[in-house]
Design a protein around this ligand. Sequence first.
Ligand code: FAD
Length: 279
Amino acid sequence: MAQNDSTAFPVSFEFFPTKTAEGAAKHVNVRQELYARKPEFCSVTYGAGGSTQEGTFRMVQAIQDEGVAAASHFSCVGATHAKVREELAQLQTMGVKRIVALRGDLPSGYGLGGEFQYASDLVAFIRKEFGDWFHIEVAAYPETHPQAKSPDADLQAFATKVKAGADSAITQYFFNAYYRFVEGIQALGIQIPVVPGIMPITNSSQLMRFSDATGAEIPRWIRLRLQAFGDDVASIRAFGLDVVTHLCEQLRSQGAPGLHFYTMNQSTATLELCRRLGL
Ligand code: FAD
């Protein structure tokens, strides 16, 4: 399997672990279709509290076996140093070189506790225990993390993660606000690449649900158009492709260092976006 061409504009794809053998078998085809776009890496999410650890590592291993660089997301909330050390050592043994280091959100029902408070604690721990083995990505929130005390406090928290040893960042998806965030961190002396996270629009109710949960704002004009389409899936997809293609074109022409697609474990919309963007 060909890896990415270093002269090409970098793209990466995000997946979540499949839950069934049937889902896993179908996802092999999704990955193969997406590999044709020569991603820099493919990442796999990790349920907070370690809830998906096995499934995450299984998919990470499959991606590595398919000859593509895999990144494991890794959330530290509720975890002990010993457990995190053990799991990271497992990823190192698997030959994984890239981690998306996160705090995560504990599902309700899990107690607090654990030996990490913020993602910056995890980044510092990885650097202390594993040196430069891992390329460390961290999460960025152009529209401010929902629990942040203020936008400025969130920028400071981001700077703390970077100073702890992060190499680059991937953003929450957004439909505006990226450059204000980049200017904000540059003003704090932070220069790492911040790759926009891109959410294809294929389903109105799913997008609204995610946006309510993550605080990623859907501009009023997009929300109104989506509502007006009702159950007309074809029109939603056509509109979604136009909106997201335009967003990606703008980001690319104004200097974004790459694009990270939230594929939702599907290939169709992401492939069409890549085709339209000539990626
Ligand atoms: P942090 O950077 O620790 O920030 C969390 C909050 O604490 C912020 O409000 C921040 O402002 C504040 N804060 C940080 N440091 C300090 C400090 N020193 N003092 C005071 N306040 C501080 N979740 C998963 O469970 N699994 C995944 O695989 C996953 N993948 C993701 C991938 C991307 C690209 C993104 C953007 C998010 C992902 N998430 C994932 C969601 C993420 O776990 C949540 O958004 C979580 O609430 C915050 O994680 P974080 O790593 O950004 O936390």
